[in-house]
Design a binder for this molecule. Structure first.
Ligand code: MG
Length: 254
């Protein structure tokens, strides 16, 4: 079939996305500091919204398809889309995934980090580091002329030799005037289907989700929280990245 309608951004549009990205970066930095044992995920959600609003940004996830909060906070075997709750108290050793999106002047930014709550196990630390490195490896391929599958190959090539698996049911995405735009950016190579070539002006939210056990996930009864089917640990890192003539530019950074 025809290629998906990938919207290329002008330099001016990328500059506006950089503003949204900066807010996302600031929010995630503040949340990482606040992710201490005894704090609740709802407190983190409130902090995220406060920081964003002070920067005249709108939290992108709140109300998106009915999502009730500004932040996704997912703990240990939870992969993505955890709903912040007042009775969800962070404990020493938790592996916490923080995923936040912001809209500034009609343009979106989206990023995620995995943080250690207090001291985490060596196994959790290894998974966190491998997933962060996998994102870096994928970003290195985010250049004009690469294909989307090159990003997937970079992620798989980094984590699978370490015994980890890559989530299939959730993927990265284009981003711009909408939170989710074409193309889909899977973290695994899949046979068949579109495999677009990257062009200058594309902006992609690249987001490896990596499990210590098997790749399968399921969604809990709250209809949002995705967990590993085998309840193994999961880690997630994400950046919104512009493909520029000079190479990849991470928009959700300082
Ligand atoms: Mg995303």
């Amino acid at each position: 079939m025809g290629r998906p309608s990938i919207k290329l951004k002008t330099a001016d549009e990328i500059a506006r996305m950089r503003e949204a990205g900066r807010v996302v970066h600031e929010v995630l930095c503040k949340l990482a500091c606040a992710a201490q044992p005894g704090n609740t995920t709802l407190e983190l959600d409130r902090l995220a919204e406060d920081v964003a609003r002070k920067r005249r940004a709108r939290p992108a996830f709140k109300g998106y398809l009915g999502f009730p909060r500004s932040l996704c906070a997912s703990i240990n075997h939870e992969v993505v889309h955890g709903i912040p709750l007042g009775n969800r108290i962070l404990a020493e050793g938790d592996l916490l995934k923080l995923d936040f999106g912001a809209v500034v002047d009609g343009f979106y930014g989206d990023a995620a980090v995995t943080v250690a709550v207090g001291k985490i196990s060596r196994a959790a630390r290894r998974l966190l580091e491998a997933t962060s490195e996998a994102l870096d490896a994928a970003i290195a391929h985010a250049r004009a002329g690469s294909r989307v599958s090159d990003l997937a190959a970079a992620v798989q090539g980094h984590v699978e030799p370490r015994g980890y698996s890559v989530v299939r049911e959730f993927v990265g995405h284009g981003i711009g005037r909408a939170l989710h735009e074409p193309p889909q950016v899977p973290n695994f190579r899949c046979a068949g289907g579109a495999d677009p070539r990257l062009e200058v002006g594309m902006v992609l939210a690249i987001e490896p989700m990596v499990n210590a056990g098997g790749w399968k996930t399921e969604v809990l009864a709250d209809r949002w929280t995705a967990v590993t089917a085998d309840r193994s640990l999961s880690a997630h890192f994400e950046h919104s990245v512009a493909i520029t003539a000079a190479g990849p530019e991470i928009l959700t950074a300082e």
